[in-house]
Design a protein around this ligand. Structure first.
Ligand SMILES: C[S@@+](CC[C@H](N)C(=O)[O-])C[C@H]1O[C@@H](n2cnc3c(N)ncnc32)[C@H](O)[C@@H]1O
Length: 236
């Protein structure tokens, strides 16, 4: 019968065919510890509208990875990132997890005129042989720091920068622990403005507990972001 309880073993391998699979689960909203605020709802709706309209085709000319994934929407998060930039107009944007630079290039492109993107990784961008970055991408609007902000003493070195952040995008290990530690650390920052967090992969098995436990206004924007989960949190 369709609804007969199946063991995990019976479900393996994946019951559907897909390009990429991750274990996940669905949960009722009844025990949700956070509520949607009008501000968060408005920001989300505006960002989705912008995401539908933007075209990241120019970034797609950098390489095959950027061409395939950059403009793929819904499904990938790049256009939603652009939409959030346009909706929120953050002056200082922090990215945790630079990698080959696709998200950083999208965020940079939609910075307000006086905006700045600071992207953090534990691996310098030049060590990625397939990086999308060119030397000239790094200027007064984009900088990379090699540091792990999940370590409080490291985070404190960037205290002044972080205090001025308006949007923080976490796209790093997706193990749920790193994200939890980063969020805990950031609770100690004296933010000067309203701050939103974007969290990648919130529907991936290892991330579910962390996402459910965030007791701040939040919304799951997966249908308009990354297929593996995109969450938006109104942090303060
Ligand atoms: C999924 S990739 C990021 C993808 C990128 N944001 C994009 O969309 O183009 C994850 C990156 O997180 C980095 N990373 C892992 N642990 C980290 C940490 N503690 N702090 C900062 N970056 C970390 C990895 O080195 C890797 O480059």
């Amino acid at each position: 019968m369709f609804w007969k309880k199946k063991s995990l073993k019976e479900l393996l391998p994946s019951p559907v065919k897909a390009e990429h699979g991750e274990y996940s689960m669905i949960l009722s909203a009844r025990d949700k510890p956070a509520v949607l605020t009008p501000h968060l709802l408005h920001a989300s709706l505006k960002a989705i509208e912008y995401a539908a309209a933007v075209d990241l085709g120019e970034i797609g000319t950098r390489n095959e990875q950027a061409r395939i994934y950059g403009n793929l929407w819904p499904g990938e998060h790049y256009r939603l990132l652009a939409g959030l930039m346009l909706a929120l107009q953050p002056k200082i944007v922090i990215e945790i997890g630079t990698s080959t630079g696709l998200s950083a290039l999208c965020l940079k492109r939609y910075l307000p005129p006086d905006g700045k993107l600071v992207t953090f990784d534990i691996v310098p961008w030049r060590q990625y042989h397939d990086t999308l970055f060119r030397n000239e991408d790094f200027d007064e609007k984009l900088v990379q720091y090699v540091a792990d902000l999940s370590v409080e003493s490291k985070m404190r070195q960037y205290d002044e920068l972080l205090q001025n952040a308006g949007l923080i995008f976490i796209d790093a290990t997706h193990d749920g622990d790193l994200e939890k530690r980063i969020l805990e650390n950031f609770k100690k920052i004296n933010f000067k403005n309203k701050v939103f967090f974007i969290l990648d992969d919130i529907r991936v098995w290892t991330m579910i507990k962390m996402w459910r436990e965030i007791s701040l206004p939040k919304i799951d924007l997966t249908s308009f972001g990354h297929w593996s989960g995109t969450g938006l949190v109104e942090f303060c």
